[in-house]
Design a protein around this ligand. Structure first.
Ligand code: ZN
Length: 313
């Protein structure tokens, strides 16, 4: 019987790999560089070699392994077909699960979008443990999302379900989002978005603020909110309004049990939750208002843990 699974989380600069037991314990984790040269053609062979090396090192045989799950920064459908990954310099559509499986002597491989896979990790071993219907929101440089329904990833027809960051929340916005549209949630709720809102607010008046001197970042911003900085609290209210309204729409569609808030912004502590929750409750349909809000607990390991879960069942 298989006792292990590999979890792989591919990023633009490094690949995180993990050897897990099928009960979700991380036995060992390590990283390799992401070689994006020559159209990223070495990425999968490098991963396969690293997995094989680990099996040899640990004396693990193919039959001891349930499989390898892989999370990728691009849209991946239920069958493991990825449609381009800009950060990896992949500009084609192909079945990544099949290709990696071939490189791993036929090992069972499943692939998913990295944000969706991280959501699966949190629902299996993290903040979403015990829930079956969960939405994870990742607040980082951008805003990502993953939907878990009945314990499984909702990938969508094109592998792009859960792209919460590009919900249009302000149709009258004139500044463009990275995606080309205007008024995306990501423009207000990401780390970059918060910095933009703070700078706008600082320029609009001479009002005192802890952020008048020193670096303006999502981290210093939330610290200032924690210290009662009035200007920053006003920006936090705006952040909470946009994100809360965005999540109230998702809440009305999916009626999840819990929203798990992850990513760098969420590490600023529980103080961000009330700003979101208050606005969610003010706008969501009453029968969907019971959703809980919690912070993610797995940090950067959510991806590799969730990736492994895809091949364990
Ligand atoms: Zn956008």
């Amino acid at each position: 019987m298989s006792r292990y699974a590999f979890g792989i989380d591919v990023g633009g600069t490094s690949v995180k790999l993990g050897l897990l037991t099928i009960d979700g314990e991380v036995v060992e984790k390590w990283e390799i560089d992401t070689d994006t040269s020559e159209g990223g053609k070495n990425i999968l062979p490098d991963i396969a070699a690293s997995v094989k090396d680990k099996m040899a090192e640990k004396g693990i045989k193919q039959e001891d392994v349930a499989g390898a799950g892989i999370g990728l920064p691009g849209p991946v459908d239920e069958n493991g077909v990825i449609n381009k990954a800009v950060n990896l310099h992949w500009d084609r559509k192909f079945n990544i699960a099949e290709e990696l499986s071939n490189l791993l002597s036929g090992m069972h491989v499943k692939a998913g979008n990295d944000a969706n896979v991280a959501a699966l990790g949190e629902v299996w071993q993290g903040a979403g443990k015990g829930y079956k219907d969960m939405v994870m929101v990742t607040l980082g440089t951008g805003v990502g999302g993953g939907i878990i329904h009945d314990g499984k990833i909702v990938a969508g027809a094109d592998g792009a379900a859960g792209e919460i960051g590009h919900l249009c929340i302000r149709p009258d916005e004139t500044v463009s989002c990275n995606c080309g549209n205007c008024g995306c949630l990501e423009q207000y709720a990401s780390a970059t978005g918060i910095v933009r809102l703070v700078k706008e607010e600082l320029e609009a008046s001479d009002e005192d603020s802890l952020l008048r001197s020193g670096e303006v970042s999502a981290k210093t911003f939330w610290e200032a909110v924690g210290k009662g900085d009035k200007l920053c609290i006003r920006v936090a209210e705006r952040f909470g309004r946009y994100l809360g309204i965005g999540l109230s729409i998702i809440g009305g569609v999916l009626n999840p049990e819990v929203f798990v808030i992850g990513g760098g912004v969420s590490r600023s502590g529980d103080l961000i939750l009330p700003f979101i929750e208050k606005n969610f409750k003010a706008h969501v349909f009453h029968a969907c208002a019971n959703a809980k809000f919690v912070r993610a607990t797995l940090g950067n390991d959510a991806g590799l843990i969730g990736a492994a879960k895809m091949v364990i069942d």
